[in-house]
Design a protein around this ligand. Structure first.
Ligand SMILES: *[C@@H]1O[C@H](CO)[C@@H](O)[C@H](O)[C@H]1NC(C)=O
Ligand SMILES: *[C@@H]1O[C@H](CO)[C@@H](O)[C@H](O)[C@H]1NC(C)=O
Ligand SMILES: *[C@@H]1O[C@H](CO)[C@@H](O)[C@H](O)[C@H]1NC(C)=O
Ligand SMILES: *[C@@H]1O[C@H](CO)[C@@H](O)[C@H](O)[C@H]1NC(C)=O
Ligand SMILES: *[C@@H]1O[C@H](CO)[C@@H](O)[C@H](O)[C@H]1NC(C)=O
Ligand SMILES: *[C@@H]1O[C@H](CO)[C@@H](O)[C@H](O)[C@H]1NC(C)=O
Ligand SMILES: *[C@@H]1O[C@H](CO)[C@@H](O)[C@H](O)[C@H]1NC(C)=O
Ligand SMILES: *[C@@H]1O[C@H](CO)[C@@H](O)[C@H](O)[C@H]1NC(C)=O
Ligand SMILES: *[C@@H]1O[C@H](CO)[C@@H](O)[C@H](O)[C@H]1NC(C)=O
Length: 661
């Protein structure tokens, strides 16, 4: 429905910013001065710059021996036992550390990071929506204030940092929430926030009050405490603090919310959010927590990382050797080992009719590891781990996003003083999220089965994805790096036949999309169906290149389709045309977007905001180039918003909204 046209002026400050920007751009894309964030590799050992751009690479694990590169999968339509609960395509979302929200999301409600919007739009197109938490350790002491002296929406008090991750107390303004709401009017992002839990005798509920008022239905949950099992260890509670104390404090929160008439929805709470380090989930379940607060609990959640890099980052804990650790991320046990301890809890959650979320996770706490968290292997790790969680009846997971000082970011905005000549850096975990969205698709009814493929070889896991009881897609991994080709997998798939009473149902052909790199150690430039987000500082959030889909002709007489899975890679096999079309994206909405580049700026951001021609449904459209100054008209936009990009202000494009429906 076409709406009224409204012109929203951004005012004088905006014009000044443009002028200032115009005269301060000295560097062309790719000609950045040598700086701490130089991407030149080879100096890894002596690298002293920001973690997010650390060039360290590790050796890929040795080729396993023995290794069987040929195996078969027999599937059947209907009645397959052991499949997961129904899952949503938005299963894998992001957890953005609150203190960096103004680097990742935007500067304020009127200057939103367009690369971020594009990255989220890619996922929305495949899954229908994206779930994002803004929170983390920094939520615990955050204070909502009316304004800050310098007009920023978020400020850190670095000197007040506390253990273990040097968490700075922060203040934020309602404009952070308006920014989130504005993002949701462009892309269907649903938000989680957290209620500060540092002082449960005197709750600061403003984030719940204003969060609900501003975000409305886009707010889907409010964390009650972050990692309470670590409160005692970190000195935030007495050493005796245990699950029953948390139970009590949660009750205090419910009571405080009940007497607060500015809080309209008291049933959005999420607990217990334990780090699953000092308490077990069962320790909390056994307090009666879920029954006592069932009405108030929108979700149950735990948090966990498989290991930590706290020694290197903060001098606490155990020193780790990344080269030794690297292989432990590159097999099917990696994800299983994280969640084995929660299998009882996913079963328990089902008995209580609750969804269990993995609320914060990534390759390693305290920032991850150079050479592990930021390489192709992490994309495979993230995918297998996520599929394993889906198979094991988690209902969602959020990969953590930190600042420039961590290795594991799914995406990183350029340092502020480089944002006029550098673009974003897209990390391997973003590829995991994008590919998982496509693997699960938007139906909300997808069920996942771990196939125990290749006789359970941990280097070659495989999953089948079911809709309405029938297999529609296959997710096949090869964790091995072997440029010789000798370790490429040859997988024979049969549907039906074989078993008594099963008709031969192998299709005439299947389509395959590959997630590829030359090695698990490769940094950047991975391709998903031929498209990439490039290396550091190269992405405007849209995939670059032409989409490449492999069509495999099956042998219907012998009931078999033969799929190659290179070493290393991930292959998504679409068993039906519907499965292919469905996961390709939501139908386009009807409003055109016009986009204008500020051509004087040499940044190669092609501000065809929210271009949605990046799924395979858009094969007919070649993707827009990202060459300087090019203008690419996006074909569609959700939520009927039409806006124009006017220019670049410190790396963020200013959106001028022209029409609302
Ligand atoms: C957002 O930041 C821009 C640039 O700093 C400024 O011009 C604008 O007034 C700010 N908008 C709001 C709503 O604070
Ligand atoms: C950006 O700021 C960092 C930290 O202050 C500094 O080391 C670096 O040289 C700056 N880079 C540019 C291009 O100004
Ligand atoms: C890196 O540091 C090592 C000593 O730690 C030194 O021998 C080497 O010359 C340095 N390399 C460069 C390129 O500065
Ligand atoms: C963003 O939020 C502000 C504050 O609510 C609003 O005035 C503005 O119109 C919004 N901007 C866009 C682009 O939607
Ligand atoms: C909780 O955090 C607030 C804001 O940072 C701070 O003012 C207050 O003193 C803290 N309370 C406790 C009990 O730590
Ligand atoms: C599973 O969880 C329930 C509920 O907390 C608990 O009673 C039971 O002991 C747990 N079982 C195992 C094997 O941990
Ligand atoms: C997931 O839940 C389903 C339905 O309750 C169950 O049949 C299946 O065994 C569970 N899977 C795992 C790995 O626990
Ligand atoms: C999937 O579920 C979400 C809510 O969780 C809903 O908004 C969406 O419309 C559902 N999609 C379909 C295809 O039913
Ligand atoms: C990334 O891939 C492109 C296209 O294959 C290639 O030209 C470029 O050199 C690669 N960049 C790096 C840093 O590997």
């Amino acid at each position: 429905m076409m709406g009224t046209h409204v012109l929203v002026c951004l005012g004088v400050g905006f014009l000044q910013a443009l002028v200032a920007n115009g005269v301060t751009v000295y560097y062309q894309q790719g000609q950045a001065p040598l700086s701490a964030t130089s991407t030149s590799s080879g100096d890894a050992a002596n690298y002293t710059g920001l973690a997010a751009y650390n060039p360290t690479t590790l050796n890929p694990p040795a080729i396993p021996s023995p290794f069987n590169p040929t195996y078969s999968i027999q599937l059947q339509n209907g009645g397959t036992p052991g499949v997961s609960i129904p899952q949503q395509g938005s299963f894998l979302g992001f957890s953005i550390e609150m203190s960096v929200a103004n680097q990742v999301l935007g500067r304020n409600s009127s200057v939103i990071q367009v690369p971020f919007l594009n990255l989220m739009a890619n996922i929305q197109q495949r899954a229908g929506r994206v779930n994002i938490r803004v929170g983390g350790n920094t939520q615990e002491t955050a204070v909502l204030v009316d304004s800050t002296p310098d007009g920023r929406i978020l400020e850190k008090d670095i000197t007040g940092a506390s253990n273990p991750t040097q968490t700075p107390p922060l203040v934020f303004t309602p404009d952070l929430l308006y920014m989130m709401r504005n993002i949701s009017s462009f892309v269907n992002v649903r938000w989680f926030l957290g209620i500060p839990f540092n002082d449960t005798g005197n709750f600061r509920l403003a984030i719940a009050e204003q969060g609900q008022a501003i975000l409305g239905d886009y707010l889907i949950g409010l964390q009650a405490g972050n990692e309470p099992d670590l409160y005692a260890r970190h000195g935030h509670r007495p050493s005796t603090y245990g699950p029953y104390d948390y139970f009590g404090e949660f009750g205090n929160l419910v009571a405080a919310m009940t007497t607060n008439d500015r809080i309209l929805n008291r049933n959005l709470l999420i607990g217990p959010n334990i780090a699953s380090a000092d308490w077990k989930a069962e320790d909390v379940w056994n307090t009666g927590f879920v029954d006592q607060y069932s009405e108030n609990l929108a979700y149950l959640a735990v948090e966990n990382y498989p290991t930590d890099n706290c020694f290197a980052q903060f001098g606490v804990g155990t020193q780790q050797n990344p080269q030794t650790l690297f292989p432990t991320f590159l097999d099917h046990n990696a994800g299983k080992n994280i969640i084995n301890k929660f299998l009882n809890s996913t079963a328990y959650a089902q008995t209580k009719n609750k969804k269990l979320l993995m609320f914060e996770t990534n390759t390693a706490s305290c920032g991850g590891f150079a050479g592990i968290s930021d390489v192709f292997g992490a994309a495979l790790w993230g995918l297998d781990y996520s599929l394993q969680m889906a198979y094991s009846n988690f209902s969602g997971a959020l990969m953590h996003v930190g600042g420039q000082n961590v290795f594991y970011n799914p995406f990183t905005s350029p340092p502020t003083n480089q944002s006029t000549f550098h673009q974003w850096s897209v990390g391997p975990i973003y590829y995991s999220a994008l590919v998982l969205a496509e693997t699960l698709g938007p139906s909300n009814g997808t069920q996942v089965l771990d196939l125990n493929a290749n006789d359970g070889d941990i280097h070659t896991p495989g999953y089948a994805i079911y809709e309405n009881g029938n297999p529609v897609r296959l997710a096949l991994f090869n964790f091995v790096t072997d440029p010789s080709g000798a370790s490429d997998l040859t997988v024979s798939i049969s549907i039906g036949g074989g078993q008594t009473g099963q008709a031969n149902a192998t299709p005439a052909q299947v389509k395959v999309k590959y997630l590829l790199a030359s090695s698990v150690s490769q940094k950047g430039n991975y391709t998903w169906a031929g498209q990439t987000f490039g290396v550091n500082f190269q992405s405007d959030g849209r995939p670059m290149g032409t989409e490449d889909i492999t069509v495999i002709t099956c042998d219907q007489t012998n009931n078999v389709c033969v799929i190659k899975v290179p070493a290393p890679s991930f292959a998504l096999v679409f068993l039906t045309d519907d499965a292919f079309t469905e996961a390709g994206g939501a139908p386009s909405t009807t409003f055109p977007t016009t986009a204008q580049t500020k051509t004087r700026n040499t940044i190669t951001v092609d501000p065809a905001v929210l271009a949605t021609s990046n799924g395979h449904t858009a094969m007919k459209n070649k993707l827009g180039s990202t060459s300087p100054g090019s203008t690419n008209v996006a074909t569609s936009l959700r939520h009927s918003a039409v806006f124009t990009v006017l220019g670049v202000v410190s790396g963020a494009l200013v959106l001028l909204r022209l029409a609302v429906a």
